[in-house]
Design a protein around this ligand. Structure first.
Ligand SMILES: Nc1ncnc2c1ncn2[C@@H]1O[C@H](COP(=O)(O)OP(=O)(O)OP(=O)(O)O)[C@@H](O)[C@H]1O
Ligand SMILES: [Mg+2]
Length: 362
């Protein structure tokens, strides 16, 4: 069996809600990983600091903590706003406060459980009649959220069990449990990405760097098929205003599709240039914008007409292990950048995907 200390640490790290331990002087003493994830901050930036660091100007939270310290009472459903710095924003949370007791029952501090309410509030917003998202989408999103919570528990238990079991063939079964749980989790997360409004973090982005990062990730998979990438980059391409992480998702999905469609020894070309013939008119700006275009050209299986018509429909896939969400996510991200995607394909010959992106957003 695990020693109790190790087990407690494991439980602490596996909890899907944020956990803080606050001292009697309202200093943050301990936190789990979820807190860092939720507040987009490293532990070092708030540990040993006042609780106000995470919940600024919220007297009612500090008052409740003091009440727990003096009376030992617990409080549920304390509504508050968490503070992120990058970018500066507040997000809704729901707090549960309980006293942290020593062996002699004296109150040493307060344990705060933090539940991120952003998604729930978002769903509530979406349920308003003015919203166009249909109910099915909202239900799917709620379900996706609920599916992810128990998954964390299943994964953690399988890992703990794996540490206990000595027989390597039995360990392999548990490895399957963990990797399949990860697969469901990835799929559910992608589904949530598709339904939730994107919060783009726009910055000056070097498109070649973003592409190279993705090519590096995917190179081995293509090499195993004896294929290769050919980069034909325009060195004069200006940086564009975009969310680099989101664009990387787009290119990752497109390059994965190209590799999956490639035959043995196939070449995938990645071409960048300033677009001359395709001017995008965004709703936010009536003046056509200057664009760049990234082309991903494969010489793989290609697609027939009926397949091409369904490409961006969520869950449309011809692959046994595909989720059919890749292109739908690409479209959402590119359209949120006021860009366009154009796909041309010929059955048996290959596919060209063109991603047009405005250089500036306004
Ligand atoms: N480059 C391509 N060549 C041939 N067919 C393609 C290409 N890209 C997409 N497709 C077709 O479009 C379908 C939908 O693609 P999409 O990326 O949305 O989902 P997927 O690849 O099936 O699954 P996922 O990306 O979620 O793992 C694919 O199943 C495939 O039939
Ligand atoms: Mg795909």
């Amino acid at each position: 069996m695990n020693d109790p200390e190790h087990l407690h640490q494991n439980i602490f790290c596996s909890i899907i809600d944020g956990v803080l331990l606050v001292s009697s002087s309202l200093t943050i003493q301990e936190s789990n990983l979820t807190v860092e994830d939720m507040f987009h901050r490293s532990r070092d930036s708030f540990i040993h600091r006042n609780l106000e660091e995470l919940f600024p100007r919220q007297q009612h939270v500090l008052d409740k903590v003091r009440q727990v310290l003096t009376t030992g009472a617990c409080y549920h459903d304390v509504e508050a706003q968490g503070m992120r710095h990058t970018p500066t924003s507040r997000f809704p949370v729901n707090l549960t406060l309980s006293p942290f007791l020593e062996a002699d029952d004296s109150i040493q501090g307060v344990v705060i459980l933090i539940k991120n309410m952003s998604l729930i509030r978002e769903l509530e917003e979406r349920q308003r009649p003015a919203d166009h998202l249909n109910n099915l989408g909202a239900v799917a999103m709620g379900m996706a959220h609920e599916i992810r919570n128990p998954l964390g528990g299943i994964r953690g238990s399988a890992q703990l069990l794996r540490q206990e079991i000595k027989d390597s063939s039995h360990q392999e079964y548990l490895d399957v449990v963990v990797s399949e749980v990860d697969r469901i989790d990835r799929m559910v997360k992608r589904m949530m990405d598709l339904t939730r409004p994107l919060n783009l973090r726009m910055a000056s982005t070097n498109i070649h760097k973003a592409l190279e990062d993705i090519l590096m990730l995917e190179k081995d998979t293509l090499t195993r098929k004896k294929g290769r990438f050919e980069q034909i980059y325009d060195p004069s391409l200006p940086p564009i205003e975009a969310d680099e992480d989101q664009l990387k998702q787009v290119f990752l999905n497109l390059i994965k599709n190209a590799i999956e469609a490639s035959r043995k020894g196939g070449k995938i070309q990645i071409v960048t240039r300033v677009s001359s013939g395709y001017a995008i008119k965004a709703a936010s700006s009536p003046i056509p914008q200057q664009n760049i275009v990234v082309e991903i050209i494969d010489s793989g299986s290609g697609m027939d007409e009926p397949t091409q018509k369904k490409l961006f429909t969520p869950f449309y896939t011809t692959k046994t292990k595909g989720s059919g969400l890749g292109l739908a996510i690409c479209l959402k991200i590119v359209e949120d950048h006021n860009g366009k995607i154009k796909i041309t394909s010929e059955k048996g010959l290959g596919t060209t995907v063109q991603v047009f992106l405005p250089i500036r957003q306004k």
